[in-house]
Design a protein around this ligand. Sequence first.
Ligand code: HAM
Length: 412
Amino acid sequence: MARKHQAPKGTFDVLPADEAARAAVHEAAARRLGAAGYGRIETPVFEDTGLFERGVGESTDIVRKEMFTFEDQGGRSITLRPEGTAPICRAYVEHGMHRLPQPVKLWYRGPFFRYERPQEGRFRQFNQIGAEAIGAGSAMVDAELIILLAGTFADLGIPDAELLLSSLGSPAARAGYRGELSDYLREHEGDLSDDVRDRIDANPMRAFDSDHAGTRAVMEGAPQMLDRLAGEDAEHFAEVRSLLDDAGLAYTLDGSLVRGLDYYNRTVFEFTCDRLGAQSGLGGGGRYDGLVELLGGPPTPAVGWAAGIERILLALETPPDPEPIDVFVVAGEDRARAFALVGELREAGVAADLDLAGRSFKGQMKQADRSRAAHAVILEPDGTAKLRDMSSGDQREIEPAAIVAALAAGAR
Ligand code: HAM
């Protein structure tokens, strides 16, 4: 026998039975975000490697070890996108979107790629829904986006996602704090993991994310940026909090919340769900006021989030069932007649199907049941027809010429 192939490690196939749940996530995002003035954007699944090196940050785990990077036939370094924010800022600059009324509100969905150790809820190709509002610094935008994500989770049947909220302040304020944190880490150097010790200067904030026991113990007593917010940073954060309070959205302040991307300043947030186990992050984001300028655009404040579709599906208590069809046509003898009728029904907008595997009459009736169709049409050998209501089992004669019109009226 020929060698069997498997989907690459960390990837998966989406089979028809999984599709309804995914479509529900897409629809919930489209509805919530569309109604709030966000337009859908699509960017390529690959970009120049330099975009992520600059945008996401050289010292992040994503850039250091998780990117799928390769050289194309033209000798360019290409990377499968590990996230969507840097590409969208690239598109904002490339299309001169700063000339549009601000903020420009965009949403997206699609596949992303990170070379991570696969486990439940963590893949090498995964999907995100995401939203970005570019061109406004108001705390109202931060609050709007957080409320939209909470609403999307609620629409989908995840009412218990927990919101963690923090602020990283401005880059200038953070620079002072980072020095303080580096000093603190150096004092406890002996207890830290090698990885954290190596990055004391490059990225000390990542120590908050470590799962190394010694490092975690050290971080319990570490100074937090949240306690050092001052001036406009403190005002901005207070306003975000008060808008969330007014909207009745509960949150937990978490000064140890650092996100794995370098572009953030001020507000950062994450939604978690206990049902997810180790990979509890459903979605997250924050403000990134410096990114557009870093990528060659004018100084432009911005804020956004992304949520993992596979994580959302894991958090759903009852995933939606696939859409059933309207009618299954059962042929007594004349299969060509059944085939023609199904064609006419589909043209009339009725979701119709029939047996294509030569099943017996009994087998076709079973198939009709399995299809979860609302109705079956039974074409009798003598040319008459019956319409059966599959849930009640009630069956009545129907004029063959009237079948399409009767079902089309019901399907509408
Ligand atoms: P992120 O936190 O890296 O943020 O990813 C967002 C979400 O994507 C995570 O909360 C998680 O649900 C999902 N996710 C990430 N990695 C994986 C994986 N390997 N397998 C399955 N799901 C995963 C960003 O990507 C930022 N671009 C969000 C953002 C937008 N910030 C501002 N605007």
